[in-house]
Design a protein around this ligand. Structure first.
Ligand code: JFZ
Length: 479
């Protein structure tokens, strides 16, 4: 019986994935387009999907200038200061001789990430400036030639893994330091240099996957330049090669171009990679914008600073803002990844530490509404977001209704409610029958106890009847 139900469910899932894909597909023949239509179904990808919250860390030589060059304020993202007209490349590259993060303690970072509730980390091994945080054999521009000398990537991977946190390595294809890097190919000499650069890129990626065998995936960046957009075949072969080394490697949609230089989604509209990487400092507002793909949102605390900038300008998000983004992401089947930019000594700045603590405090009480949760078909009504797991619905309330009643509608003949309670203290809550609407959907109101005045968003749990015979119907209502 159970097997038949499962079979029916998977049939529905396959079928809906097909309809979805057909809805947006054209049929241009591609040699190097998407490898798959629909989501990956293996355990590693499922594990990634269940993380809910991640941490991003941008760390490199750029943390030394920290957004200032000879007293001048750099108004753009601090990790890109090398590209500023005021900054002579050679002087920037000489920062390698200064990089000595004596306060760096990977275990401290990892403990903080764990306390915050992060289940995965994305760490910059090499940003656009080309400086390698691991002792790459293929260039001298690495941590091995800094006064610090020790392999930072290894320390980070080991410390985070020890805390049970998965690590994904960030890698910029674009490399402003390497003499063979070309943004575009304009003559035969460029072509030759580009061929050498491709081999360098391949060597470094194979090196990373080999050196750090517990890595879960690669987060690619710097793939928008004209030269790379012409490398559909090379990139496709390289991805295949990386997957042979590590079959369940997770690679986002910002790596390969297709045969026509199209990135992210191929010329037929299908996602190239295991998840959508386009939600950068941005969140979708509806599931329709997601085309059924896996996705994560990477977010900065200030407006647009990834690497350390000693003076944040503009609006700085609060823990409240970030928790709302986290819940909103999970309510649409996405992960939320919060960025940190440590300083040149290896300290996480106090503002970030405070926010990590506040998020961690919230997660401690409420993580049940985040980890391994998925979207719900029920429509939130202004008070916040629904997430769900097994026979539980979670309502995370950000906007407390003035009458202390949280409303929602249950489509006719779908779920049956057993009880409602506050996640914070398990206190049972009254469920008020609000009648039916014109479509015969059931209307409910849950009463927030008067004396309950938390200073953070809170979660109401709705436990559903787990009627096995109704499982199929229940699944249809919720998936
Ligand atoms: C890139 C980098 O240039 C930046 O320094 C940082 O590392 C960030 C995480 O990634 O910036 C991007 C890349 C892509 C988009 C926006 C900023 N995008 O697709 O909108």
């Amino acid at each position: 019986m159970k097997k038949i139900t499962l079979f029916l469910i998977s049939l529905c899932i396959c079928f809906s994935a097909d309809i979805h894909a057909q809805g947006k597909r054209s049929s241009i023949p591609l040699k190097h387009g998407a490898h798959r239509i629909g989501k990956r179904t293996d355990p590693e990808m499922q594990r990634w999907r269940e993380h809910g919250l991640g941490q991003f860390i941008h760390w490199g030589l750029y943390s030394i200038p920290g957004g200032f060059w000879k007293g001048q304020y750099y108004d753009y993202a601090a990790e890109q200061i090398r590209s500023w007209d005021l900054v002579p490349n050679e002087e920037y590259d000489n920062l390698c001789n200064e990089f000595n993060p004596t306060a760096f303690d990977a275990r401290k970072w990892a403990r903080q990430a764990k306390e915050m509730g992060a289940r995965y980390l994305i760490f910059t091994t090499k940003h656009h400036d080309g400086f390698c945080m691991w002792p790459s054999k293929y260039t001298d521009f690495t941590i091995a030639n800094s006064p610090y000398k020790k392999d930072i990537v290894k320390q980070v991977v080991d410390a985070y893994n020890r805390e049970g946190i998965d690590v994904i390595l960030y890698f910029s294809i674009m490399d402003w330091h390497h003499p063979d890097f070309r943004g575009s190919i304009n003559n035969p000499e460029d072509s030759l240099a580009n061929e050498r650069f491709k081999q360098f890129t391949r060597n470094q990626l194979l090196e990373l996957v080999t050196n750090y065998p517990t890595l879960k995936g690669l987060w690619f960046d710097g793939t928008w330049h004209a030269a790379w957009k012409q490398e559909a075949e090379f990139a496709d072969n390289l991805e295949k090669e990386l997957r042979i080394l590590k079959p369940d490697l997770i690679i986002g949609s910002r790596f390969r171009p297709d045969d026509y230089g199209k990135r992210g989604t191929d010329s037929n509209g299908d996602l190239m990679g295991d998840y959508e990487q386009g939600w950068e400092r941005d969140l979708p507002n509806s599931k329709e914008e997601l085309y059924g793909n896996d996705w994560d949102c990477v977010m900065t605390i200030p407006e647009n600073q990834w690497g350390y900038h000693s003076e944040w300008k503009g609006y700085v998000k609060t823990a409240y803002d970030l928790i709302e983004m986290l819940v909103k992401s999970v309510s649409m089947d996405g992960n939320f990844v919060l960025n940190f930019g440590p300083d040149s000594k290896g300290n996480i700045r106090p503002e970030e530490t405070r926010i990590a603590g506040e998020i961690g405090k919230w997660m401690k009480t409420n993580n049940e509404a985040i980890y391994a949760c998925t979207a719900s078909e029920l429509k939130p009504q202004g008070w916040g977001y629904f997430t769900q797991k097994e026979n539980k619905l979670y309502l995370t309330v950000f906007n407390r209704p003035i009458n202390n009643r949280v409303k929602f509608e249950v489509p006719k003949g779908t779920i049956k409610i057993r009880k409602a309670y506050l996640l914070a203290d398990k206190r049972e809550m009254d469920i008020i029958d609000g009648g039916r609407n014109k479509k015969d959907d059931l209307l409910y109101q849950i009463a927030i106890p008067k004396g309950f005045t938390p200073d953070q968003p809170f979660v109401i749990v709705i436990e559903l009847e787990d009627n096995r015979n109704d499982k199929n119907q229940y699944q249809q209502a919720l998936t």
